[in-house]
Design a protein around this ligand. Structure first.
Ligand code: ADP
Ligand code: MG
Length: 238
């Protein structure tokens, strides 16, 4: 299988604090990868470095063979890297449809009727068709999460990183979001799912990588990784 993302020897410091140290990870095109690790282990920082929200201090990030580690975030988005945010950041006073028009305009350079038609199509995939004209601050938690994914999809990504899209959701809502992520993957989109809900990680991922204190401590099938003593220790606390 072709490699879509290759992270090599990645390092990131905040002042004197090492948030990521020598992180190396290859993701195959079309893969469903689960990224786990206790709070503060560096998951969001890794995604910030991949998406360009932060610049890495060491190592490299190659996307489709191209070193993107010095490219600004919007260029990486154009190349096909999209992410949803752990804390949704909607334009609260805009409708759901208008929220999607923003990435359409700025990333794809399309607007007007064509953008609206495509936005409605994406909202349909997310089960949000009826909410298109609802102001986004009227949405429920699960609808907000879906809108976050819809906004990421408006950039037509090849790689989608979902950062705890299921946190705080009820069981049936978790299943709804999982179904959406599976469908997007079936369309050929590579997905990295960061998630604390272990059942969701286990059922979704073909492979799981576990971070602890900024380093990868396990990389393998979900079954093998959850049984890894180092992973179990990391979750129980040292
Ligand atoms: P996770 O997503 O796995 O919970 P994060 O990547 O958010 O972990 O954080 C990893 C570590 O880096 C934490 O100790 C956090 O406090 C620290 N950190 C994250 N972002 C910053 C920042 N912008 N400035 C300083 N420290 C940060
Ligand atoms: Mg995080």
């Amino acid at each position: 299988m072709e490699t879509i993302l290759e992270v090599s020897g990645l390092g990131k410091n905040f002042g004197g604090f090492t948030a990521l140290s020598d992180v190396s990870l290859a993701v195959a095109s079309g893969e469903r990868l689960g990224l786990i690790g206790p709070n503060g282990s560096g998951k969001t920082t890794l995604i910030n470095c991949i998406s360009g929200a932060l610049f890495n201090d060491a190592g490299s990030i190659r996307f489709n063979g191209e070193d993107v580690s010095r490219k600004p975030a919007h260029e990486r988005t154009r190349l096909g890297i999209a992410r949803s945010f752990q804390i949704p950041r909607p334009f609260a006073s805009m409708t759901v449809l208008e929220n999607l028009m923003v990435p359409f305009a700025y990333v794809c350079g399309i607007s007007g009727k064509r953008a609206r038609t495509e936005a409605r199509e994406i909202l349909g995939h997310m089960g949000l068709a009826e909410k298109a004209d609802t102001q986004s601050n009227q949405l429920s938690q699960v609808e907000l999460r879906k809108m976050e994914l819809a906004r990421a999809m408006a950039a037509r990504p090849k790689l989608l990183v979902s950062d705890e899209a299921m946190a705080g959701l009820a069981g049936t809502e978790v299943d709804e979001v999982l179904k959406i992520l599976r469908e997007l993957n079936a369309q050929g989109i590579t997905i990295i799912m960061i998630e604390h809900i272990m059942q969701a990680v286990m059922s979704f991922s073909q492979r799981v990588v576990c971070l602890d204190a900024g380093s990868i401590i396990a990389d393998g099938t979900p079954e093998v990784v959850v049984k890894n003593p180092q992973v179990q220790r990391a979750y129980l606390g040292h």
